[in-house]
Design a protein around this ligand. Structure first.
Ligand code: ADP
Ligand code: MG
Length: 224
């Protein structure tokens, strides 16, 4: 599903340049539940953002489902993002003036799905994450855990091949974090490929495979 070979990435700010990813080789197979673990600043988000086609890399190759992802135009990147990828973020990134159901339906709007069908599919996914009764609630009426469930339902609604989650439990208390992880595990059991970025050992331990990132290099990979 994902094949990275010798990936390098630097950021340039003024005259300064910061070498963040220093030769990443990584394979993630279809159906895997993987975490990328490392301390703050180790390059986790940088890595996930390039896998998610939200940013470019400087050197190496990245194949997504057999397609080379290099020098894509913004349109091409958007095409692959919409077809292949679902995103979940630490800060949920819900639209504050849209209710839960409308938030989940949004990616379907961009896929050209008609309103009635969009709403029906959104409700189905809200049901899946246990939030059907909350469909008409606005994000500010939901707890952190509920917001993240809405975000997960939204990621699933576009039927991606892969879910990318950057610190999905980062803004949640311990109990709620485990609940969100259980939901992601359930989704994985149904066949989804899930990649989770975290700096927390306990969260990473809940995945099959942990990729340890240290200072832009994969230090080791452990499997459970
Ligand atoms: P992590 O997610 O593991 O905390 P990041 O990938 O966000 O790490 O960041 C890795 C390093 O790159 C950090 O030193 C960070 O300050 C720097 N960095 C991240 N994004 C940018 C950017 N857009 N421009 C410049 N530097 C950045
Ligand atoms: Mg990060």
């Amino acid at each position: 599903m994902i094949k990275l070979h010798n990936i390098h990435k630097s950021y340039h700010v003024g005259k300064e340049s910061l070498h963040v990813l220093k030769g990443i080789d990584l394979h993630i197979k279809e159906g895997e539940l993987v975490s990328i673990m490392g301390s703050s600043g180790s390059g986790k988000s940088t890595l996930l953002n390039l896998v998610g086609l939200l940013d470019n890399y400087d050197e190496g190759t990245y194949h997504l489902d057999g397609n080379l992802m290099k020098n894509l135009t913004e349109n091409q990147a958007a095409y692959y993002r919409n077809r292949f990828l679902g995103f979940v973020f630490q800060s949920f990134n819900l639209i504050s003036f849209k209710n839960a159901q409308e938030n989940v339906a949004l990616p379907l709007y961009y896929q050209g799905v008609k309103r009635e069908e969009r709403n029906a599919i959104a409700l189905e996914y809200l049901d899946k994450v246990g939030l059907k009764p909350w469909a008409e609630h606005m994000p500010n009426e939901l707890s952190g855990g509920q917001k993240q469930r809405v975000a997960i339902a939204r990621a699933l609604a576009s039927k991606p091949k892969l879910i990318l989650a950057d610190e999905p439990t980062g803004a949640l208390d311990t109990t709620t974090s485990y609940e969100v992880m259980e939901l992601l595990k359930e989704i994985h059991h149904e066949g989804m490929t899930v990649v989770i970025v975290t700096h927390e050992h306990d969260i990473a331990e809940m995945t099959q495979k942990v990729i340890h990132l240290t200072d832009g290099i994969i230090e080791k990979i452990t499997e459970h």
